[in-house]
Design a protein around this ligand. Structure first.
Ligand code: ADP
Ligand code: ZN
Ligand code: ZN
Length: 730
């Protein structure tokens, strides 16, 4: 018997092994120990065959199975194989993505359990031997007399730690002994679902629609602004799922997966919930993974990689903030967790719910094809008026440190009226450029085609692209004149506002100001208690936070998104504007949103202002259709980088030549061209774009073409990667 084994290595193939003579049979989906070069590695069996393309006599044998049982059920294994094919990524690395680190290193699939029982002496004599005042020891013995055997944490009210001490004492006296129990399939824990608020009509309809599709595939879109009650809909649909004895998987962006959100789930369901995010230790992640797999966790909440969590009885998948870019993994195995959630739901024949206030254009286009699966929630409950949006023309208004006069006046007005004000700028640091007014010199990163950003009130220089921190500069290296910061980052806005509004307590929220876990929470708590009146921040402010007193939002620079080379930039901009606007004027206070721009006549910006995200999306989708961009076409991006300047372009030209003639293929190739930022971290970068009319034509082309590309000698001199459905074109 030959085993085709997936091994965590950057090769797009399986490795064939023989099974050792007389060893127990190994099943597909099982982890095995295999010799690999001079190492011993953990692989996963994907195929069992009676042939190999390699000479069978030369094949090595696997050393042993790891567990004697499959790690992945067939459905999940097939999803992983499908994802590897679709994203054209080595399947061994794809499978490694789906495994917690200890399992990649060979840890057992199920935790063996240590249990305790009385020795014969203990059974007959313990109570007679132990003094009356040794109440705790006697309690443990009485428990074991009744229960025969138990794990430490099943004993007594004090939990595992207290019982463990007593057990060890009894063990030294020869009264109890420990033994390793075969792991039992966790019993389905009882679930209690607590009452939530009564749903409004639209919520009711949305829940009924989802409920009606439980047990079959459907991709629902729940489209409603922040605070319109989407989470309530999720909670109710999950309740129906749990009532069927099934599990629910909830995916959220890292930044939105806050303790408040988890508390909300725990308050509603008295049921085991497994949470998976990047802050977990390896062991915590493993235990959440095991609980999801054996079915003891009824709800699994996690970020991007949670889409691969094994589920004993999957019933429903929810993707909250489905438009969020963090669902796309941007390096290594480049997958879209949102898209894979849909594929997984389809293969499992269960519903998936995508929720957003600003759905991606892909999702909106899909919803237009299945209007019966689109549920809209009305504007925020109890507050009929959406915030008023208006533009501030940066060309005609005076500004102080990036804040134009009309915005400064509005800030004063809202502060005086007792409101809170938020300023949004997607640029951290003090200033994006350090410039010499005398000769035009500007501080650039030595390793990137980029300016260095000033930080810490202009005392520190930092490259946002490679992390380089060259020493600070006070005089121009060319002409020795004093240099000055140009442009604004959040730090500089903070400084300007503190000067201008000394009476208003201010907080800044960005990756520099809140580094440690918990810091963001404590700032947000101060904001909620109204101890902060002015709030300056980046993207971090746009996600799932509730600011009941916020009445004014100023978007300091909308132009970053309007004139990017990336076709998705305007979509991101509109989403950001709507998401930050969604923070203003909740709890009955009317909100106002000011958007500063140098291009107030931009058609998409106009649409957004006049008709909201709907109008914007309709306009943007029409534009995508006319120009033939996704979702009306499919893309893949072949990227290459190398320390040698010419190598990436050389490789990509060879890759282009390796493709069949234009007349023989359905796709077009655009490029190669140097990347928008040609040099980054000392490496030169270039890219070649594949543009296809459909998903199937793209897949057909990539399959044959990449086999050729892999064989190119020029590929040895670069690092290259393929990005299917890229979310960014650089
Ligand atoms: P979203 O997920 O769309 O941001 P939420 O579900 O968090 O919205 O709802 C916003 C607030 O309104 C929450 O405090 C929630 O408890 C409350 N809420 C939602 N639906 C209802 C309802 N039908 N009746 C009363 N309160 C509701
Ligand atoms: Zn100079
Ligand atoms: Zn750099």
């Amino acid at each position: 018997m030959i085993l085709g084994v997936a091994i965590d290595a950057p090769l797009r193939r399986l490795f064939d092994y023989r099974t050792p003579e007389g060893a127990p049979p190994i099943q597909v989906g099982e982890r095995v120990w295999a010799p690999f070069g001079h190492r011993r590695v953990v692989g996963v069996v994907l195929e069992q065959r009676d042939y190999s393309d390699a000479p069978v006599a030369k094949l090595r044998s696997i050393l042993s199975g790891v567990d004697g049982a499959p790690t992945f059920d067939p459905a999940l294994l097939q999803l992983l194989v499908w994802a590897a094919e679709y994203y054209r990524h080595p399947v061994g690395e794809v499978i490694a993505t789906a495994l917690p680190a200890p399992l990649r290193a060979g840890a057992p699939l199920v935790q063996a359990q240590i249990r305790w029982r009385l020795t014969p002496t203990g059974r007959n004599n313990a109570l007679a031997q132990l003094p009356k005042r040794a109440a705790r020891l006697r309690g443990v013995v009485e428990f074991l007399l009744q229960r025969i055997d138990a794990a430490a944490d099943e004993i007594g009210a004090g939990g595992g730690a207290a019982a463990l001490g007593a057990l060890r004492t009894l063990e030294t006296r020869g009264l109890v002994e420990r033994f390793v129990a075969a792991p039992v399939q966790a019993a389905c824990a009882p679930v209690r679902i607590l009452e939530g608020p009564g749903l409004n009509t639209q919520q009711q309809t949305a829940v009924e629609r989802i409920d009606a599709t439980l047990g079959s595939f459907a991709a629902h879109l729940l489209y409603g602004v922040t605070g319109s009650g989407k989470t309530e809909v999720y909670l109710n649909a999950i309740a129906s799922t749990l009532a069927r004895g099934e599990q629910a998987l909830v995916m959220a962006p890292e930044i939105a997966l806050t303790p408040q959100l988890i508390t909300r789930f725990k308050d509603r369901f008295e049921a085991p919930i497994a949470v998976m995010h990047s802050g977990l230790t390896d062991l915590e992640r493993l235990s959440a993974w095991r609980a999801a797999r054996d079915g003891s966790a009824r709800i699994v909440i996690g970020t991007r990689s949670a889409v691969f969590t094994p589920l004993a009885k999957p019933g429903l998948i929810i993707v909250d903030e489905e438009h969020d870019p963090s669902f796309k993994q941007q390096e290594g195995f480049r997958y879209s967790a949102r898209d894979l959630a849909i594929v997984r739901a389809q293969r499992l024949a269960i519903p998936v719910v995508l929720g957003s206030a600003t759905p991606s254009l892909e999702t909106l286009a899909r919803a237009q094809r299945t209007p019966e699966l689109l549920s809209r929630l009305p504007e925020r409950a109890g507050d009929a008026r959406p915030p008023r949006l208006s533009l501030v023309d940066l060309r005609t208004n005076a500004q102080a440190h990036g804040v134009a006069t009309p915005a400064l006046l509005a800030i004063r007005r809202h502060l005086d009226a007792g409101g809170q004000v938020m300023l949004f700028l997607n640029r951290r640091g003090y200033a994006p450029v350090l410039f010499c007014p005398a000769c035009g010199w500007a501080a650039r990163c030595a390793r990137c085609d980029a300016h260095l950003t000033l930080h810490d009130r202009a005392r520190r220089l930092l490259c946002h692209h490679c992390g380089a921190e060259p020493s600070a500069i006070e005089r121009c290296p060319d002409c020795l004149e004093a240099v000055k910061p140009v442009g604004q980052g959040t730090e500089r806005i903070e400084e300007a506002l503190r000067e201008r509004f000394p009476d208003a307590p201010l907080a800044r929220i960005d990756r520099d100001s809140v580094r440690r876990k918990g810091e963001l929470e404590s700032v947000l708590e101060r904001v909620r208690r109204n101890e902060v009146r002015l709030l300056v921040g980046t993207q971090m402010l746009t996600k799932g936070h509730d600011f009941p007193n916020l009445t004014l939002v100023v978007v300091l620079n909308a132009d970053q998104g309007l004139f990017s080379t990336d076709f998705r930039a305007s979509e991101r901009l509109a989403q950001t504007i709507v998401q930050v606007s969604g923070r203003a004027g909740r709890a009955g206070r009317p909100g106002e949103v000011l958007i500063q721009t140098e291009s107030p006549d931009h058609p998409l910006l106009r649409l957004l202002l006049s008709g909201g995200y709907d109008a914007f999306a309709a306009g943007a989708l029409k534009e995508r259709q006319e120009t033939g961009w996704p979702p009306f076409a499919r893309l893949a991006l072949l990227r290459a980088e190398a320390a040698v300047p010419a190598a990436p372009m050389h490789f990509l030209r060879a890759a282009r030549s390796a493709a069949p003639d234009q007349s023989m293929r359905e796709v077009s190739l655009l490029g190669p061209a140097p990347a928008p930022m040609e040099r980054r971290a000392g490496r030169h970068r270039a890219q070649l774009l594949v543009h296809a009319p459909s998903h199937s034509s793209l897949q057909r082309f990539l399959k044959t073409w990449l086999a050729e590309v892999e064989a190119l000698p020029a590929g040895k001199r670069v690092r290259w990667s393929i990005d299917v459905d890229p979310s960014e074109l650089f």
